[in-house]
Ligand binder design. Structure first.
Ligand SMILES: [Zn+2]
Length: 180
């Protein structure tokens, strides 16, 4: 999407949101109308979320009164995660960054040590990425430390290819070579 077009659409959208918010702040509005305008405002908010995904915050950020940095174009707060992803239909898609264990500490449990656990089904192939720091666990009553790790698992046609920091497992089955 063209930068100028995105900027124009966001500007129009923010103007619509301002317009609707005037009704929300009007004390004379009926309860019924208030609900309708509130719903419209929420719907515009959703549209704003999506337009914000198209914005690369080209013009930088400005400081707000409460000391936050927001994009000069879309108004999104700097460094806050988006709720949605948008992908181009053509060409390579990129989702997330390459995360690795980021602490030398051994955490008390798996939950605290977790950095990422995410799965995508991409055109029928399943890819799972797990990243965690070291944590304490028990194995048959013995206390053990699970090492920090980043592991990637790909599943396709019943075959699971597994790669972590120490091990690569690709079970080859006879029928894997044949067309199923
Ligand atoms: Zn922006």
């Amino acid at each position: 999407m063209e930068k100028e077009q995105v900027k124009k659409e966001i500007k129009k959208l923010l103007r619509s949101m301002d317009y609707v918010s005037n009704f929300l702040n009007n004390e004379k509005i009926s309860e019924k109308d208030l609900q309708i305008f509130f719903r419209i405002y929420q719907q515009l908010g959703l549209a704003w979320e999506f337009w914000g995904l198209q914005c690369s915050h080209w013009d930088g950020y400005k400081k707000t009164k409460d000391d936050k940095e927001v994009c000069k174009i879309c108004g999104k707060v700097k460094g806050v995660d988006d709720f949605y992803y948008l992908f181009p239909r053509e060409g390579p898609k990129k989702l997330g960054t390459k995360l690795k264990p980021n602490s030398k500490k051994t955490f008390e449990n798996e939950r605290e040590a977790k950095i990422l656990s995410d799965t995508i089904n991409f055109h029928g192939a399943s890819v799972n990425v797990e990243v965690h720091n070291s944590y304490k666990s028990t194995l048959s009553g013995h206390k053990i430390n699970i090492a920090a790790d980043r592991s990637v698992q790909l599943k396709e046609r019943g075959i699971e290819c597994y790669i972590d920091q120490y091990l690569i497992k690709v079970p080859i089955m006879e029928k894997a070579g044949k067309k199923i």
